[in-house]
Design a protein around this ligand. Structure first.
Ligand code: ADP
Ligand code: ASP
Ligand code: MG
Length: 442
């Protein structure tokens, strides 16, 4: 079995939906995971915010304009009158339900129910389109099999049992369409795998069905060596290892949800990144094989807060670090980067939910400084810390204001903490020095 995931842009226009149909309609049995049409989830998130803040007029206007977009899409895509009728009823129900939610008390559950509508709409519409085109497809409702446990990890046993069950109910279908991103939580309520989570859905399913390959189809021809949103002349990387791609995704490469490769790497199931708009381009193949050496790619993650904790006595006084880490553990706040000196330890977090309480506890035995609006720039490549050219990096960075460096924590990663306001310049400089002509590295 193959698992193919198509992102928001891939299902975001009639033209691209036709591309998707052509890609999947090759006679092979497969599971197709779809995101919401591009822009929909962002709109649903802001709708939910408006409801929360009591901006009901704005909320209603948002629903009206989104409804109009969907009406236009289904009018153009669904030409069969019978099928159109059912799609129209489904879409109208979704928007009527959204309107009814304006008067409801805003809770996490309501938020989750609102943002789930994007994937429910795209899959319903796309499956109806496939029926119209006489393609042997069937819809598998993700809410009937995709579940996370109390620790927000996929409940693989439940997923396996229930995915097998829903597939067995439709044994003759060639193409199974399902929703990315959405799931149920341990209480059975509607939940999700966090923004960008459709990639994760695809690999969770891929691991459960022991797929030959998971393909992530998006709007770019693979994993690039730097962030194409901020840097010119980035290039697609043809091969990455699971570890390299996991580090890059975790440290901000938006092309993949941070957890994407986790479910499949243990089973050695390859992940292939492909461009829906250019299906013949090679893309990127992610496997357990390591190709090439030196710095492969650079990524940046924003929204980082740095905390400097200075011991009032000596840092390495027995038990000091333990006391520090226990506080972060108690507040379930994970630490990304850490550096130490004799009298201070600096670390970074991206979840500031409990920052105030953490600082208050640290201040009982240390001096604490907090800096926000920081970014981690992460350079990744197999064994880069041993590569002969890597030390040149420090020359390259002489005119960048680096707050922390993490070198040697893993063989494959060097991380720099900088002010977010310096991010663009840092990424661009690194691109020139590392990958372009006259490069002093690799
Ligand atoms: P989808 O909706 O298909 O999931 P995303 O927007 O989540 O697509 O991810 C694809 C986008 O990720 C690209 O269009 C690109 O702007 C951005 N991106 C950021 N870093 C990288 C990178 N290193 N390589 C490729 N794309 C990247
Ligand atoms: N639609 C969801 C989002 O925009 C999930 C995804 O696209 O992967 O975050
Ligand atoms: Mg994505």
């Amino acid at each position: 079995m193959l698992v193919l995931k198509f992102g928001g842009t891939s299902v975001g226009s009639i033209k691209n939906m036709i591309n998707v149909k052509n890609i999947i309609n090759d006679g092979q049995k497969k599971i197709v995971v779809l995101s919401a049409m591009s822009g929909t989830t962002n709109t649903l998130v802001s709708l939910s915010e408006d409801i929360k803040n009591g901006n009901f007029d704005q909320a209603l206007a948002t629903i009206t304009s989104l409804r109009a977009n969907y009406d236009t899409t289904i009018n153009a895509l669904i030409t069969n009158p019978e099928i159109y009728k059912s799609v129209f009823v489904y879409v109208s129900n979704v928007f009527n339900t959204l309107e009814a939610s304006i008067n409801k008390l805003h809770t996490t559950l309501l938020y989750n129910q609102i943002v789930a509508q994007g994937e429910l709409l795209s899959t319903y519409i796309f499956n109806a389109y496939l029926q119209q085109e006489n393609i042997n497809a069937a819809l598998l409702p993700a809410l009937d099999f995709m579940r996370i446990d109390k620790t927000n990890e996929p409940d693989n046993f439940y997923i396996q049992q229930n995915l097998d069950r829903v597939i067995a109910e439709k044994p003759d279908a060639q193409i199974y369409i399902t929703q990315g991103f959405i799931c149920r939580n341990a209480e059975g309520e509607v939940s999700n795998l966090q923004r960008g989570g459709s990639d994760y859905t695809a690999t969770i399913i891929g691991a459960v069905v022991k797929a030959e390959e998971v393909q992530i189809w998006t709007d770019i021809d693979g994993f690039h060596n730097n962030d194409p949103r901020y840097v010119d002349n980035t290039q697609a990387i043809s091969n990455l290892s699971f570890d390299e791609s996991a580090e890059l995704a975790y440290f901000g490469a938006k092309i993949l949800h941070p957890q994407t490769v986790m479910p499949v790497s243990a089973f050695d199931i390859p992940v292939r990144l492909k461009n829906t708009m250019s299906p013949d381009a090679h893309g990127t193949l992610i496997t357990n094989q390591v190709h090439g050496e030196g710095i492969k790619a650079i990524a940046a993650k924003d929204g980082i807060t740095a905390i400097k904790i200075k011991s009032v006595r000596m840092l390495l006084a027995h038990g000091f670090l333990k006391k520090v880490f226990e506080i972060f553990e108690r507040y379930e706040t994970s630490i990304d980067m850490i550096t130490t000196s004799e009298i201070a330890v600096s670390l970074t977090i991206d979840d500031t939910t409990h920052l105030e309480a953490i600082v208050e506890e640290l201040e009982r035995f240390a001096l604490v400084e907090v800096d926000d609006y920081m970014s981690i720039v992460c350079l990744v490549g197999n064994a880069i810390i041993y590569h002969a050219d890597t030390p040149n990096l420090f020359q390259v960075l002489q005119d960048v204001n680096v707050r922390m460096i993490s070198y040697g924590g893993s063989n494959n990663n060097i991380s720099l903490l900088i002010n977010t306001s310096d991010k663009l310049e840092t990424l661009q400089k690194l691109q020139r020095y590392v990958f372009e002509n006259g490069s002093v590295l690799v």
